[in-house]
Design a protein around this ligand. Structure first.
Ligand SMILES: Cc1cc2nc3c(=O)[nH]c(=O)nc-3n(C[C@H](O)[C@H](O)[C@H](O)COP(=O)(O)OP(=O)(O)OC[C@H]3O[C@@H](n4cnc5c(N)ncnc54)[C@H](O)[C@@H]3O)c2cc1C
Length: 394
């Protein structure tokens, strides 16, 4: 949709073919048992400049996201807060005041300074775990800050995740411009957050959007259109470009929705759980008005993949109950398992290059971005880049 909007804005007639019934792909609204949910809870960051720019362009209201200064609050009392001070003092203040031993706080400031001195370049690329070991950041600060940030941003366990990509994320968020590390929590469903307004923008600018319209034959499409941008997920490439696709490894994201009585609230819209399966719990009542609905997120691989859905929902409830003592039994639960949520963001996977073997076909998607982890921002950046490529060729 980022590619289509960019082209439509420049007056190029575009047609979007979407195989599903709803726009949004891996960030979309789903209807299950008569309820509308997201296929998984998402978070945006202030650093998502291209996505935020395009959201404004297609007319998404500013209050479609709840913008909060970075604050990682855990149910066990640990909190990391970026202070309201000019960049980079807010971050430094946050590191120096968080609840870990003083030596670790100082070590964290040194870690960030040393990354900055190296211009956030890690050569050769290693795992995030190795990077944290090298800088003695695997203690409590690693447990509460670096490792959760790595899993949330790269969707890959620190033992496998690319330190270079992690450094890129730190460069653009914690060490980035004012507001770059802000958390932006969706208040609209994910299809309304950008994809559907983007479809409306494309249509208004003379383009067309066809839902329930899978493309099966790229060569035929190539005959019909001057240029084709192929923006499918990496696992959906194989049938369209047989033989041209590297063997990607994937990581899952599970979201467990637990519906409690409407009076149930978390103290904050997003709470961390540091020691179990659940990493973050989101209070949808405070975000989307779905009172009593808690979304528990489990990113990356783990033991939960062997569990039946009921068992997993019961575990999520138990972990929440340990933190929130008076929590009643949930009235309803639903687990949405996205088994191939993103490619594994490892040094090896990031080094893979895939190019279209067919002339006039440009690839786009989160997996193609050389700099960013597979996220909404990576997908949007790659979409804009592919549109620029098409524009320069016509
Ligand atoms: C559960 C979950 C949680 C996530 N959380 C976050 C988060 O908090 N923050 C964040 O930034 N990112 C998050 N991500 C990652 C983010 O959703 C993805 O990086 C992003 O949506 C990828 O967009 P894309 O356009 O590259 O691919 P996709 O969203 O996969 O889009 C590809 C589209 O192509 C369509 N398609 C496929 N084959 C065909 C065909 N043959 N013909 C026509 N259409 C076809 C698909 O239906 C799909 O709509 C999460 C992902 C998941 C799954």
């Amino acid at each position: 949709m980022a590619a289509a909007v960019t082209l439509a804005e420049r007056g190029v007639p575009v047609t979007v073919f979407e195989s599903g019934p709803v726009a949004g792909g891996r960030a979309r609204r789903v209807t299950t048992e008569g309820r509308e949910l997201d296929n998984g809870q998402h978070i945006l960051a202030g650093a998502y400049e291209e996505l935020l720019r395009l959201m404004r362009l297609v007319g998404v209201a500013v209050d479609a996201v709840l913008r909060l200064p970075l604050e990682l609050r855990y149910t066990d009392g640990f909190a990391f807060r970026s202070l309201w001070l000019p960049v980079p003092l807010g971050l430094l203040g946050g590191l120096l005041t968080c609840g870990v031993p003083f030596a670790e706080r100082l070590g964290a400031v040194r870690f960030m300074s040393s990354l900055k001195r190296a211009a956030f370049r890690i050569v050769p690329d290693v795992s995030v775990h190795a990077l944290l070991e090298r800088h003695r950041q695997n203690g409590r600060i690693g447990h509460y800050l670096w490792r959760p940030l790595c899993v949330s941003a790269l969707n890959t366990p620190p033992e496998q995740a690319s330190a270079q990509v992690f450094a890129n994320v730190l460069r653009d968020s914690l060490a980035g411009a004012a507001g770059a590390s802000d958390l932006l929590l969706p208040r609209a469903d994910l299809s309304r957050l950008f994809p559907e307004p983007a479809c409306e923008f494309v249509t208004k600018h003379g383009g067309a959007v066809r839902l329930n319209a899978p493309v099966r034959d790229l060569a035929a499409l190539r005959g019909e259109f001057e240029s084709v941008i192929l923006a499918v997920g990496p696992h959906q490439l194989k049938t369209l470009l047989p033989g041209a696709v590297p063997e990607y490894e994937y990581q899952p994201i599970y979201t467990c929705y637990l519906q409690y009585a409407e009076s149930v609230q978390l103290g904050f819209p997003m709470l961390g759980l540091a020691d179990g399966l659940v990493q973050w719990a989101f209070d949808r009542g405070q975000l989307t008005g779905e009172r009593g609905l808690i979304a528990c997120v489990i990113s990356a691989q783990g033991d939960h993949q062997q569990m039946a859905q009921d068992e997993l929902a019961a575990t999520c409830h138990r972990e929440l109950k340990q933190a929130l003592k008076d929590l009643p039994e949930p009235q309803w639960s639903r687990v949405i398992a996205e088994k191939r949520a993103t490619i594994a963001c490892t040094p090896a996977m990031k080094a893979l290059k895939v190019a279209s073997p067919l002339p006039g076909i440009v690839l786009a998607g989160d997996y193609t971005d050389p700099d960013y982890p597979p996220t909404l921002e990576a997908a949007v950046r790659s979409g804009v880049r592919s549109a620029e490529q098409v524009l320069s060729s016509i």
